[in-house]
Design a protein around this ligand. Structure first.
Ligand code: ASP
Length: 448
């Protein structure tokens, strides 16, 4: 069996075994008990930490290598601009789809009054216990939308590169790497030795990622066991089932129909074949629940198997893992509208538009880590509440987020897959725009 096939089979086996064992553990739990956190801790040690260790150096090297191989600043401007426009447009499409689905299916309105009351009070209790969400929500609330944007701007113009590295803030690292890459490309022969060093370091990082990939099956197994063990698959049939199904339906339509259609039209490639070739990254996204931790695998898979050029993938994928989150945007829209429905607050069309805009912004601001979307959602709720207060309607309490906290991880795993898939489609489309790598750069065979 080829190494790649073997690793995919092992990851899938880890995933399926995790679901089965998790469900068995869940069913064996006494009332009110939760599954031992050792499963998540093991997953963290075995897979998440090694992957995270790769992220910052990889983002830096990858962007420098990508930018130096594009070289020409005007071409870089074209690729950068087109990438951002593509990411923004697909996120908007995702969020419009989510809003339309939740407004049509109305999962919050179709519950019985008793179920609504019960969910709300469970949500209050959950919120009361989760200090992490409380702190994050009060921070997000006090900073508001303007503050959130200001903090993104501050990251785009960092003052200390090493601080950005140490704090793992990818946006600042990308900006510095981009500038350095441009300067090296403009330096002619004096820049060449440094470019070669960065290229060789990048190749070494890719080798490391390939080694870490062998940890994925075990890591995915532990993480999925822990998640399913805590939440249980039957949550899909519980009172939150309608909400969960709406999110999953939206993610399915966006990931399996909308993005493939765009990829086919703009990338001129068979989207499902490309999806199959990206399977290692997509499965890792599902298991780790973090597009940022998956980034090393996404880059490796896109270049080695997906037929993306280095000059496109190296630059487009780190940017995507930081700002492009189609799945999160769609989910935030569905979740917010669902919560308003659950609390009996009717939103008007103008408020749905506010949801569309702020959910897109909140998804851009969300980090590629577990539950980031759940936390930035507070920004969307705040914006809608402001509009409601204008027409004298009661606001949604932020503690409402507690209602969906318990089942979030399963949805998070699915939206992370769509986030990574969205990044990968961007890299494939930009490969067409930037052209193939030079032969000297190990040009990837176009898999299209
Ligand atoms: N877990 C998601 C990601 O890493 C972010 C989120 O929606 O919470 O892409």
């Amino acid at each position: 069996m080829k190494k790649d096939t073997l690793i995919t089979v092992l990851i899938l086996a880890g995933l399926i075994a995790g679901v089965i064992l998790g469900q068995i553990l869940h069913m064996g739990l006494a009332e009110g008990a939760t599954v031992n956190s050792i499963w998540m801790d093991l997953g963290d040690i075995v897979l998440i930490r090694p992957l995270k260790l790769m992220v910052i150096p990889l983002v830096f090297l990858s962007v420098v290598v990508g930018v130096t191989s594009i070289g020409d600043p005007s071409k870089l401007g074209l690729v950068g601009g087109s990438t951002l426009a593509y990411y923004l447009a697909t996120m908007l499409l995702a969020v419009i789809l989510g809003t339309a689905l939740v407004a049509t299916i109305r999962p919050g309105d179709t519950l019985t009054p008793e179920q609504q009351v019960e969910l709300r009070s469970q949500g209050e209790v959950e919120y009361g216990e989760q200090t992490k969400i409380q702190t994050a929500s009060s921070e997000a609330e006090s900073r508001g939308l303007g503050g959130a944007w200001f903090s993104i701007l501050e990251q785009v113009i960092p003052t200390n590169f090493f601080k950005e590295l140490a704090q793992g803030r990818t946006l600042g690292v990308i900006v510095f790497a981009l500038l350095l890459g441009l300067a090296l490309a403009a330096s002619g022969s004096t820049g060449q030795p440094a470019i070669e060093v960065f290229n060789s370091l990048f190749q070494a990082m890719m080798k490391l990622v390939l080694w870490i990939l062998w940890l994925t099956p075990a890591g995915v197994f532990f993480l999925v066991t822990g998640t399913v063990g805590r939440i249980g698959l039957e949550s899909l049939y519980g009172p939150l089932g309608g909400y969960m199904t709406t999110v999953l339906l939206g993610l399915g339509i966006h990931g399996l129909i909308v993005l493939p259609l765009i990829l086919w039209l703009l990338g001129g490639t068979n989207p499902y074949r490309f999806m199959f070739r990206m399977r290692k990254a997509l499965l890792t996204a599902f298991g780790t629940d973090s597009s940022s931790a998956t980034l090393p695998v996404t880059i490796e898979t896109a270049i080695d198997e997906g037929g993306c050029s280095k000059r496109s993938a190296n630059f487009v994928l780190p940017l995507g893992a930081t700002v492009n989150m189609d799945g999160t945007a769609l989910y935030e829209a569905v979740a917010v509208v669902f919560l308003f429905q659950l609390y009996g607050i009717q939103l008007e069309f103008a408020e749905l538009i506010i949801v569309v805009i702020t959910a897109t912004l909140a998804a851009i601001g969300a980090a590629g880590i577990p539950s980031a979307g759940l936390i930035t959602m507070v920004i969307v709720i705040g914006a809608v509440n402001t509009s409601l207060s204008g027409r004298g309607v009661e606001a949604l309490p932020l503690s409402a987020v507690g209602v969906i906290y318990g089942v979030d991880r399963i949805l998070d795993m699915c939206r992370t897959v769509v986030n990574v898939w969205g990044d990968a489609t961007g890299a494939k489309i930009m490969t067409r725009l930037t052209g193939k790598d030079d032969a000297s750069e190990d040009a990837a065979v176009d898999a299209g």
